[in-house]
Design a protein around this ligand. Structure first.
Ligand code: DC
Length: 218
């Protein structure tokens, strides 16, 4: 059994940045589960599946194979053998992932992959239901959050840095909508596990957040 750190929280809370840096400092593998949902979203977009059509989404899971490999310690996500890592971080894919991740067949598809990675490795795994559902016995559970305004601004900076044109108000609306969907869905909604440590990063620097999380880890 690996040493497992679960880190959950809403979109744009900085989970992936923080988890990647904690992984480096502690020598864990960073598992980005959002990227797995995003890879399936790419599959649904390619197939032209409407996210509201849950039967079509469930059906389309049958011919999707998601796997993970690490290259120089960086997670690469493969969809049916194709490396789709570079296609995952757009708003279109994020929104599709948020909508389709409420479908039970989608979550079932990724559950074993996530548990196997945690069983076989020391991991810090980020997502929405890691501490509550995927790894209920994780050694450390963190709930990382920040205000919606802060999260929208961070996403805006991330996208503009990559040269993508975007609108801050639209991003904030999307984030609030995604929060609502992720937190109110019937299956595995985003919520703080009872035994998770709450970290609100709205007024913290990245090194401060890392120090706080590392202080709880082996
Ligand atoms: O963390 P992210 O923005 O890459 O995640 C994209 C979407 O995937 C998110 O809106 C909800 C879904 N997701 C999920 O339901 N469960 C997870 N463990 C990770 C992501």
């Amino acid at each position: 059994m690996g040493y497992n750190v679960a880190i959950d929280g809403p979109a744009g809370a900085g989970k992936s940045t923080i988890a990647r840096l904690v992984a480096k400092e502690k020598g864990y593998i960073y598992v980005d589960t959002g990227a797995m949902y995003r890879a399936l979203a790419v599959h649904f977009l390619k197939k032209g599946v409407a996210p509201e059509d849950t039967d079509a989404v469930s059906g389309a899971c049958a011919d999707a194979d998601v796997s993970i490999r690490y290259e120089d310690g960086v997670q690469q996500v493969f969809l049916n053998g194709e490396n789709v890592t570079g296609m995952l971080r757009t708003e279109e894919v994020g929104n599709m992932a948020s909508m389709t991740s409420a479908v039970p067949a989608v979550r079932e598809k990724l559950l074993e992959l996530q548990r196997t990675l945690a069983r076989e490795n020391d991991v810090i795994m980020d997502g929405r239901d890691i501490g509550t559902n995927i790894l209920p016995d994780a050694d450390v559970k963190i709930y990382l959050t920040a205000s919606a305004e802060t999260r929208a601004k961070r996403r805006y900076d991330e996208l503009t840095e990559k040269g993508m044109e975007c609108d801050l108000d639209q991003i904030e609306r999307d984030i609030r909508e995604r929060d609502e969907r992720d937190m109110t869905r019937e299956i595995a909604p985003l919520k703080k596990a009872q035994d998770a440590i709450l970290v609100d990063s709205s007024h913290m620097t990245i090194p401060e957040v890392i120090a706080e999380i590392c202080s709880h880890c082996r």
